[in-house]
Design a protein around this ligand. Sequence first.
Ligand SMILES: Cc1ncc(COP(=O)(O)O)c(C=O)c1O
Length: 483
Amino acid sequence: MIRRENNLPDTPLWNALCRQADRVSFHMPAHRQGRVFSDEMIRTLARCDTTELERTGDLAEPEGHVRQAYELAARFFGAGETWFITTGTTTAIRIMLACALREGDEVVMPRAVHMAAVHAAALLGLRPRFVRPNSGKPFRDGQPDAESFIAAMRAHPQAKACYVTRPDYYGNTVDLRDIAEEAHRLGMVLLVDEAHGAHFVAAPEMLPPTALSQGADIAAQSAHKTLPALTPASLLHLSGESIACGRISPRRCASLVRVFQTSSPSFLIAASTDIARAMLERDGRACVERLVHLNRQLSDSLPAYYRRICPPGTDLARLVIDYAGTGLTRAEFAGKLDQSGIDAELVDSRRAVFIPSIDQPEEDYAILSEALCSIRPEKNTVQMDRHVRAIEELESMRDSLLSAEADFLMSPRQALFGSRPDAPLHPLSVPDANRLAAEPAAHIIAPYPPGMPIVWPGEPVTEQHRRYLRMLTAADTGVRVRE
Ligand SMILES: Cc1ncc(COP(=O)(O)O)c(C=O)c1O
């Protein structure tokens, strides 16, 4: 338990964090509530919380030791240039898009991107051109295959960039080589949201190849998600080859870091990125090997009503378990994990995603295994069939909505920042979304988890969206709705 600060008036947030500290974390950040660091390092880290001073340097104008840390990271991650972004990949995505595109430019991208990309597109006045399924079949989780990316680029050759999320939340990756080749042939740059893949570089023979190694021009990674770095440490990598051939401008990137990054960046977060890189460089391969083994061992030991999901090209350091065979709803399953003191990264209507830290102890795996094995299916065959069919129907609706054509009544920028005095100031929750009339959405509608937008700002909310949201809400709690 973290020591509580004595003699203070109410500190509800601090108290809540203290209560959180003893749980078994399969959740980001991957330093496991600091357990990955030595006591000595934790004491030192707290003393090092500072910003730009004469002696610490400037993260936005790297010289001396800052430049040295950036260069070590660039060398390790296979980049021409690397920046430490201390305000998350959300910021890194803004910089990445602004680096490659100007106001009004078209960008080929899937509808299903993290909301950071939606908001960046609106802020920058970009025109998204959604990738549609080349085969006519909706994309699984809204994530296009390489052929569909290529077809979309050919259909929109005037676009200036192609934007890919890789891996997705479930660790799945699309092969970028053909996408990169086609993008470059058409004069586009390839931008990759690699928020969940910062660890790939540590063990290329066991994990999917990095975006940079497959031809990406710029890649943004959340160091805090899969590396032992503080929240929300992020890495922005520019490809050396793309700089050399003039496809991207490091000077433009440098000026945009100043635009989007806070003027008081946390050196603590930046230094933790430096440490995470060094840890990964020294121990990364062995850690990944161990995690791949522990993940396999755990999934092999589970009862047959669980199924590990790891198609070819998946991040094997991540654990994705299909729990549909338990017959539990999302809320029930998440509740069971919670009662066992376990924080999963994400639980959707069928899958639980666990992100182990690079040094996740075997005891945590034992606790997870025990918790999973203690959940027993209680439904009979007929009830189970109905349960699985309902999940499949939801998944099919989700995939169709996430693969749908763009339907903008106004631009995302107008919808988000135009004058609509009635617009709520925060993203809509699912029940609020039910009440929407078919007018342009003022905000993104992205049911969480995993938070992919079925409606972009400026698109109408249709009966199909409302039906999906009603069914999703009902499935979460096990309430049956007749449609
Ligand atoms: C795919 C993806 N991209 C971008 C982000 C934003 O990253 P950050 O939290 O580092 O700002 C997230 C965060 O969950 C994400 O999952």
